[in-house]
Write a protein that binds this ligand. Structure first.
Ligand SMILES: Cc1cc2nc3c(=O)[nH]c(=O)nc-3n(C[C@H](O)[C@H](O)[C@H](O)COP(=O)(O)O)c2cc1C
Length: 176
């Protein structure tokens, strides 16, 4: 059976993006879903001086190995001040020091959500623009606005948005 990893670009214990990523990944049929949490891959803040002195930390290698050994990726990015949350940018930077094409061509459903009406659209656009230079293979993207209104009891409660997401997970499923 194929497997996919699902994770959020967030280190919040109650991450709304982790909730969305988990929900979306479980909509993909006939795959084993492995939900990852960036809190389990703590890393020092990236800096060239640290890297020269200590090398690249094991957790960056471990996370990259998980990407390389999966069949597909469901990632939902938190938006902080119109950009990646620090914890995501940090692991992204560390992994890019090992392999500039870190996403390794793995089919990806890329998402973002936020409590606001833009649903993390700004960070989603940044990632869509950047990942393609870094081995990214984004087969579908999805933004969920007004998370608190549209997501409840571990699922999307707005029918139109739910159907849109189901369509996107089908695209991922076909690409695996
Ligand atoms: C420092 C900071 C900056 C934020 N900036 C944005 C923003 O630019 N756009 C947005 O939609 N939400 C913003 N938010 C709200 C986040 O979308 C919200 O905290 C959300 O829960 C983050 O996702 P997470 O729960 O998966 O960590 C910000 C939150 C913080 C703490």
């Amino acid at each position: 059976m194929k497997n996919i990893i699902a994770f959020a670009g967030s280190n919040s214990k109650n991450s709304i993006n982790k909730q969305l990523a988990t929900y979306a990944a479980n909509l993909v049929s006939n795959v084993e879903v492995i939900v990852l949490d960036l809190n389990d891959f703590e890393l020092p803040l990236y800096g060239i001086d640290y890297e020269v002195e200590h090398g690249i930390p094991d957790n960056a290698h471990k996370f990259l190995d998980l990407i390389k050994s999966t069949d597909g990726i469901v990632l939902s990015l938190a938006e902080h001040n119109g950009a990646y949350a620090t914890v995501f940018k940090n692991i992204f930077d560390w992994m890019s020091r090992i392999d500039g094409k870190l996403w390794s061509g793995k089919p990806m459903l890329l998402m973002a959500t936020s409590p606001g009406g833009r649903g993390g659209a700004t960070v989603l656009e940044i990632a869509k623009g950047r990942f393609s230079y870094m081995g990214g293979n984004i087969v579908a993207d999805f933004s969920l606005p007004f998370f608190m209104d549209n997501f409840s009891d571990d699922k999307i409660v707005n029918q139109d948005l739910n159907e849109e997401l189901i369509g996107k997970t089908t695209l991922l499923s076909k690409a695996l």
